[in-house]
Design a protein around this ligand. Structure first.
Ligand code: HEM
Ligand code: MG
Length: 315
């Protein structure tokens, strides 16, 4: 991570900025895009180092060209197909969902900045600034130096972006850290006690997963940067499927999304009519963070403020 520009953005993994690019494919082919990699959760305690393997150069080149070449599928709400045997998927239910709908390449490969920004814009109406930030935060998932794209299975690398105590995935210590796990999701859902989820119910599920993980996983890791990432993930369903101002979301939308990796249009969900902004993500993550405080009464506010100071570098 040395030498990278750090931009502190809250929550992250799920804070994404978009940036609309007409004729992006043409531009991609004609210019070199220089990317700064910045991300708020970019100081993992352990970074996976890919084993060094020797490939014939031409093979490596053709693999990397095939994975990088941007292909803009025309996504749609109606068009949905699960991953086939050669498609890449990862630990993010939304990135998988967008690939299933074709808003991202269905094969889960070649996720350049243009592709990600356009996918988040078309599928979820995230604004361009947000989509661009999200891409910049995610590019470290590709272990190649100076990478300009990532693939969905790059996101599986443990303690890079993927982390312990996920709401719907197992910890890497226990097995598969990226496929949807109904048993684990059921334990999170215990805390979703109403048809309308509040930030507090979502926070309770998150806290439970951390306690469960810390008490059973001898390799449990959850740094301050993981926390920022995690708060963003927990806030994400409110942002995409819920009432951002009120901080609530229809439980059935969220369950359907996690369990099917599909946008809950058949349940009545429609994407936001106004573009989603980074400010909305910051506010919603703050709401979730406040809801994780276990102290009651007026002292809770003071505790919240002091935690913000501690995380001063985060935002
Ligand atoms: C560039 C865009 C994105 C990237 C690179 C990304 C990446 C990731 C990664 C690596 C994880 C795994 C963290 C873990 O171990 O739990 C994750 C989880 C998650 N992401 Fe995303 N994400 C993106 C956008 C979104 C969006 C737009 C949403 C909106 C709903 C979203 C919702 C979630 C949720 C709810 C989780 C938590 C899953 C769980 O705890 O089981 N993500 N994301
Ligand atoms: Mg995880």
């Amino acid at each position: 991570m040395d030498g990278q520009t750090t931009m502190n953005v809250p929550g992250e993994g799920c804070y994404y900025i978009l940036w609309d690019m007409p004729n992006a494919l043409l531009r991609y082919q004609c210019c070199t895009i220089h990317l700064h990699h910045f991300h708020s959760f970019s100081k993992p305690t352990f970074v996976y180092q890919a084993p060094i393997m020797i490939f014939p150069f031409t093979l490596l080149l053709s693999i990397s060209t095939a994975l990088a070449s941007p292909h803009y599928a025309r996504g749609s709400i109606e068009g949905w197909a699960p991953a086939g045997p050669n498609d890449f998927r990862g630990p993010c239910p939304m990135m998988n969902t967008l690939a299933n709908h074709g808003f991202l390449p269905h094969d889960g490969k070649g996720l350049t900045k243009e592709v990600v920004v356009k996918g988040l814009k078309d599928g979820l109406n995230f604004n361009e600034t947000l989509g661009g930030i999200m891409f910049d935060q995610a590019i470290i998932a590709n272990p190649e130096p100076n990478a300009t794209f990532f693939t969905l299975d790059n996101l599986n690398r443990h303690n890079v972006l993927e982390h312990d105590a996920s709401m719907s995935r197992s910890d890497a210590f226990f097995g598969n850290n990226h496929i949807f796990n109904q048993t684990i999701f059921d334990t999170t859902k215990v805390y979703w006690t109403d048809e309308t989820l509040s930030a507090e119910m979502l926070a309770n599920g998150k806290l439970f997963r951390q306690i469960e993980s810390r008490s059973t996983n001898p390799e449990y890791t959850f740094t301050a940067t993981t926390e920022a990432f995690s708060l963003g993930e927990v806030a994400a369903p409110i942002i995409v499927f819920g009432e951002i101002e009120g901080g609530t979301v229809n439980r059935s939308f969220v369950e359907y999304f996690f369990q099917n990796e599909r946008l809950p249009a058949e349940l009545g969900w429609v994407k936001k009519s106004s573009p989603v902004t980074i400010d909305q993500i910051i506010r919603t993550s703050q709401l979730v963070e406040n809801a994780t405080i276990l102290i009651t009464g007026s002292e809770a506010a003071a505790h919240s403020a002091s935690r913000r100071d501690l995380h001063g570098g985060k935002w």
